[in-house]
Design a binder for this molecule. Sequence first.
Ligand SMILES: Cc1ncc(C[n+]2csc(CCOP(=O)(O)OP(=O)(O)O)c2C)c(N)n1
Ligand SMILES: [Mg+2]
Length: 621
Amino acid sequence: MSTVTNHEVKAARLSKELLVDAYRMVYMSRRVDDKEIQLKRQNRAFFQINGVGHETIGVAAALHLKPGYDWFYPYYRDRALCLQLGMTPYEMFLGSVGAKDDPASAGRQMPSHWGHKKLHIVSQSSPTGTQILQAVGAAEATQYFSLVKEAAELATSFHADELVYVSLGDGASSEGEFWESLNWACARKLPVLYVVEDNGYAISVPVDVQTAGGSISGLVKDFPHLLTLECDGTDFPESYEAAGKAVEYVRRGQGPALIHAHVVRPYSHSLSDDERLYKSEEVRQREAHRDPLRRLADLLRQERLVSEKELKEIEASVDHEIREAVDQALGLEPESSATIMRYLYSPSVDPTSEQFDQPPTFHGEPKTMVDLINAALRDEMARDPRVVVFGEDVADCSHEDELAKVKGKGGVFKVTHGLQRQFGGARCYNTQLAEASIVGRAMGMATRGLKPVVEIQFFDYIWPAMMQIRDELITLRWRSANTFSCPIVIRAPSGGYLAGGAIYHSQSGECIFTHLPGLRVVMPATALDANGLLRTAIRCDDPVLFLEPKHLYRQTHNRSPYPGSDYMIPFGKARLVREGADLTIITHGSLVVRAVAAATRPRKPRARGLKVVSAMPASRQ
Ligand SMILES: Cc1ncc(C[n+]2csc(CCOP(=O)(O)OP(=O)(O)O)c2C)c(N)n1
Ligand SMILES: [Mg+2]
């Protein structure tokens, strides 16, 4: 005898085919994990982190989503989601053994760091939570394409009702970037579907220690425009229903949605962890009782949707597919270590090449560095509707109805002045005071084909964005073996020599960034350099940190007439500023003019032999 539970009522609304197919996928995900664990134990896989206990919510969510249409920023527990979206067990095993045909990273990353170009699964990294800001940026691209039609026409993929899926664990919801992302996604009503897969632990730290009040949905439920849903993520009908509601809400353009899915993690955090060290036997038993695979099988039995024989047949066919996939993957070659340097930079656009050596055609009176940076931004925004400028205070006036009544801010140094007025608030806008958000979102937008030129208000405040720059921005192309890229430009006023700078408005730290492979670091020494190098930065295909020596912004000595809208200086080309026979000074930025001044000081005759070279229009690792 069976009582009609709430569970069964919901299940009755789902077709037999749907439930059976879902079971097949949950079972497949479980068995791929089991197989990979075996391979790891045999030293034939490099690492193992499992999706066990999280399968049901993954399959349920994916069933409402469209691979190759929506965009996906999953985390390592999302094996079942990725399978349901269309990744095959074979493709997953390519990652397990580090084969060069691995679609996620060509064997460059650990397994379960998902990525798949055709399915729109954007390459994921290891830091917890960094993907969230990028996902919000990808959704901001959707909004941008809706607002700027000329950019949408150039998009490789854009659909008005597309959405961006992003998932994270309960632990990752403690990262500041999660909160930054939510603030922006809600403020802009962006089409983002958050799924927090709460298995109660971040490695060994339980959720009541991790999260105030022990519930992330409890904390976020009052965010404006956010639909918050809570479900048992080990229960298929409940998960399917929650995902359906959330997807519908986001597709209708009402704003982001967040599903708080309660799941379990019965296999320990990874093969490097033993949960018996911190979970008692009772707790483990309780979790085992909620195993989503067993629960879905029980549901199929209770509803008499399959016979025992049919269930065994489904499992046998999946087991067979997995055996074949492993056999195929095991024999494959890993990528040769000789290719290690490949894809640090764009293989197709070389900003050090002659293509970027375009002569000036001068017009008008000499202009300052601020004027010529502003001119380059205007030229590039006019040339390409995909160029978008945002940051703190970069707009003229956030409230557009006030714009006609004011002169406009346009940046604390006025570098972006007039861009909003000329190109509209969709293309030049203020964003929240959150530097990781500025860089992370720009990455997501660039992955979708936009060209964000963002401002960090002072170099001194770039550090909150360091995680995004160091672990994400510079690695995306390399770690995905050129499948994804994010060629953004980060502009930052930098350096000292302005009165009143003290220690937080005068920092120079370009050397820290020139040690980051994958990043181009540029620092002009004159207005003309700034104009030509910024154009190269925007047209090149690599991430660029464009450091503007703010002391030079308005100095008259480095002024130049406007050099025309195609003037470009290739990166990595030094300029001889002053001849000398005794000693060579190789310098950059504000120090070029100072070195020349030192060399020409009349009371120091020996300085006259100094040769000065302006060495860093750009650096390359
Ligand atoms: C920024 C960062 N800090 C620490 C780690 C190490 N680490 C990897 S997973 C993890 C726990 C994540 O817990 P949760 O977000 O709940 O996801 P779960 O593994 O439980 O699914 C930690 C601390 C990391 N990868 N990145
Ligand atoms: Mg967790």
